[in-house]
Design a protein around this ligand. Sequence first.
Ligand code: GAR
Length: 207
Amino acid sequence: MTSRLVVLVSGSGTNLQALLDACADPDYGARVVAVGADRDGILALERAERAGVPTFVHRVKDYPSREEWDAALADDVAAYQPDLVISAGFMKLVGAAFLAKLRGRFLNTHPALLPSFPGMHGARDALAYGVKVTGATLFVVDEGVDTGVIVAQRVVEVEDDDTEETLHERIKVVERQMLVDAVGRIAREGYLVTERRFRFGSERPRS
Ligand code: GAR
């Protein structure tokens, strides 16, 4: 069975594009059934429309409270009956209503090696700290800020002459590969989580 993906975006959508491209292969095991955003006029929404994927937008400022925004977003996402929801450059934290509906099926990709450098500026913060390696992390979203169970990570070396932009662009190259690889494996093989340990496949390891 093909897994149904809903992808949430806020920006240029290169991670979304990588998933759309991967899903064009029927053997990949997943397809993007909808793309949601927290703002209009972004390249990511154009990419979805070009691929013929339905889109929806919920702007926080259009709601009387953050909780109502969160509930409306959760309702729209859940209506597409996703097997997985992927935050791919979605620059908002979801709340209790969203997690109540979609917990365990909601993944986020982050441009740093968590638990280092969580938050909005993973590449900038790693560069400012002076680390020599950083990378990308895919994780299962929980109530914290970038604290969930880790699904996959990829490493990138920091170069002496890196700027935030050059470093983030190199991270995004491995991030897209990580995302496509991990989402495809989850779709085809399933996964198990034991405490904080994530494993692909549905067979429990011998203890
Ligand atoms: C990605 O690098 C993603 O990890 C980052 O935004 C970029 C989106 O790129 N997300 C965060 O920093 C979330 N904390 P894209 O729009 O080209 O896919």
